[in-house]
Design a protein around this ligand. Structure first.
Ligand code: NAD
Length: 104
């Protein structure tokens, strides 16, 4: 799969599946903008560095995807910095407790 020239945006990308997806897309040739609601621990910036080390552009954004204004700001930053978004991976989320009915 060659993604040269494409721009991907991956949410929840500071660890776990989102990080793996972001690096997978970069390995396939894409520039990858990454977002997560947790930015203070520096892990999102580390993922951006790994993407750049693969020879691709990256950018980061904080914000909570359940807050519309945060999503609007995230998309604006991605398009301002990388020009467009071709691929959107809505990965951010939480693993459910044991029982679905326990989710508030
Ligand atoms: N790991 C699994 O076995 C598994 C199985 C099925 C589905 N999933 C889903 O895959 C996705 C990733 O799973 P994971 O195991 O890598 O999770 P993870 O908890 O390791 O990573 C999720 C990331 O998303 C971020 N995030 C969570 N809510 C957010 C929000 N509202 N706004 C912005 N960022 C937010 C977190 O800060 C975290 O960095 C989740 O949606 C999860 O429900 C995971």
């Amino acid at each position: 799969m060659a993604l040269n020239g494409k721009v991907a945006l991956v949410t929840g990308a500071r660890q776990g599946l989102g990080k793996a997806i972001a690096l997978g897309l970069a390995n396939a040739g894409a520039d990858v903008f990454i977002a997560d609601r947790v930015i203070e621990d520096g892990k999102l910036d580390e993922v951006a560095k790994e993407i750049k080390a693969l020879g691709h552009k990256s950018g980061t954004s904080g914000g909570d995807i359940s807050v519309e204004a945060d999503v609007v700001a995230m998309i604006k930053k991605a398009t301002d910095e990388l020009g467009k978004v071709d691929i959107l991976v809505n990965n951010a989320g939480v693993t459910a407790p044991d029982r679905f009915s326990d989710i508030p």
